[in-house]
Write a protein that binds this ligand. Structure first.
Ligand code: SF4
Ligand code: SF4
Length: 477
């Protein structure tokens, strides 16, 4: 298949060898599970349980609030200790509402919804409903509710379901292992999603540095899906770059890949859809990579959602040395973790404990105008200029230069010889602009409501005036 060039990009040291040949292993049952109510982009779930309740594995313990929200399910059977707050696996380290569950060791399943009969010809609404009820989110890291994405076929003219097996982030190999060990589930899940979307063509894109995954997926696809090797080039795994490499078309600024007829789902999400539709099982576990030189024995681990990260590190033999940083996800787009006492969430594809020897440390120096950040930006932005405006707090100027199009891939920070943390500037500035937009929208909503109220009052007064002469005349008669 002909591929199209993608602008910019980098070739970092991938460091995948630590875990790529290690099969997925399961973590033993943790002593306690911490299930956050907000594990996804959208509205938090609402708890359905209270302290002292006994729950069964797969039982819904928190309900979704609206369509941009997902339910949470008990990862095993046991007793609810409390619904309280624990540290979120987020750089802020802020407390987050969480259901705390003490497992009883029986791992007893709740009654699950029955499998959907013949899902490849079932009503697509049934599939979307099952995916929503199973609490499935994008497992590549985005954690966007998958059922919402499966609705895109109702609004857009879609041509391709692109199953993302690129896994371009250094260190991470969990998708590689899932493709090698669960290829049939991915193929089935992808076909079910394509049916729900009404999409005729399915392409699985895998970076060329995963030859075994390419071979195994090609066999499993058996001609039903196209398996396409894509060049090794960070950030090839970003939705818009993958879609461009496959179709040659650019996703419009601030648009969706659906605008060019493509929907992208991660390979592990396809597995979760297979489990939900064929077996009625909600998303209560995931595979993730634990790596970094500070970890004694890096591994790919299947673990229950809500497991404390510290248990994963212990399962990997503990730490060889104090890490210089802990990361949720890959080193390029991942987020710093505030500590090890945080839970595994559905969108967590990796835990990295990085040693000093593998982090480019040192003081930030002044920009030397080398232009490297401009050359590699896959979005064609000018990071050096964006950063200059942000430093001066001129966020609107930065927005005019395309700040909102930045996908936070971190390539510019990676190439910068002056170690300027450009992507941190951009994340801060995008957050500030979003907050400003929210405030502006709020003011506009209040203004619109006030205008509507004034209009209603004026109409009522006019109606009263019009009624008055008639009423007077009627009384006189
Ligand atoms: S982080 Fe943003 S500005 Fe920097 S290279 Fe990536 S897309 Fe471009
Ligand atoms: S890469 Fe760094 S030093 Fe070079 S122009 Fe960009 S910000 Fe300046």
């Amino acid at each position: 298949m002909k591929l199209f060039p993608v602008r910019g990009g980098i070739h970092p040291d991938y460091r995948k060898g630590e875990t790529s040949e290690k099969p997925i292993v399961s973590l033993p049952m943790p002593a306690t599970l911490y299930v956050p109510l907000q594990q996804h982009i959208g509205v938090s779930a609402e708890p359905l349980v209270a302290a002292g309740d006994r729950v069964l594995k797969g039982q819904r313990i928190a309900g979704n609030q609206g369509s941009l929200s997902i339910p949470q399910h008990a990862p095993t059977s046991g007793t609810i200790r409390s619904v309280g707050e624990i540290t979120a696996p987020h750089p802020s380290g802020l407390p987050q509402s969480t259901i705390i569950l003490e497992p009883d060791g029986k791992d007893e399943w709740a009654e699950l919804p029955p499998p959907i009969d013949d899902p490849l010809s079932a009503d697509p609404n049934l599939i979307r409903k099952r995916v929503a009820e199973s609490g499935i989110v994008g497992m590549g890291g985005a954690a966007f509710p998958s059922a919402v994405k499966l609705n895109l076929g109702l609004q857009y003219k879609l041509r391709i379901l692109l199953v993302n097996g690129a896994e371009c982030e250094p260190y991470l190999t969990c998708d590689d292992r899932v493709m090698r060990e669960r290829a049939d589930e991915i193929v089935d899940g992808a076909r079910i999603m394509a049916h729900a979307l009404g999409v005729p063509r399915i392409i699985v894109a895998i970076e060329e540095n995963k030859p075994q995954a390419i071979e195994i997926m090609t066999k499993a696809a058996n001609g039903l899906l196209e398996v396409v090797p894509v060049p090794v080039q960070y950030p090839m795994g970003s939705e818009r770059h993958l879609a461009q490499a496959i179709t040659g078309r650019e996703t419009p600024a601030r648009g969706l890949t659906a605008d060019i007829g493509v929907v992208v789902h991660n390979v592990s999400t396809a597995c979760a859809v297979h489990q939900a539709v064929r077996h009625g099982r909600p998303l209560i576990a995931r595979v993730l990579t634990v790596s970094g030189r500070a970890v004694r024995e890096p591994k790919n681990i299947e673990t229950l959602i809500g497991t404390e990260v510290t248990e994963l590190i212990e399962f990997c033999g503990g730490l060889k040395e104090p890490p210089i940083c802990l990361v949720n996800g890959g080193p390029m787009m991942g987020q710093p973790l505030p500590g090890l006492k945080v839970p595994v969430v559905k969108g967590m594809s990796g835990i990295l404990a990085l040693a000093a020897s593998e982090v480019n440390q040192g003081p930030e120096r002044p920009c030397i105008r080398c232009g490297s950040c401009v050359t590699i930006c896959p979005l064609g932005l000018v990071p050096v200029e964006l950063a200059a405006f942000i430093r001066k707090e001129q966020l609107d100027h930065a927005a005019a230069l395309g700040l909102r199009d930045c996908v936070s891939c971190g390539s510019c920070s990676w190439v910068c010889p002056s170690r300027i943390p450009l992507v941190h500037y951009f994340n801060y500035a995008k957050g500030a602009l979003n907050a400003k937009d929210r405030d502006r929208n709020k003011v506009e909503r209040v203004k619109t409501m006030a205008e509507a109220h004034a209009l209603r009052v004026a109409k009522a007064a006019l109606a009263k005036q019009q009624r008055t002469p008639k009423a007077t005349a009627a009384r006189a008669e």
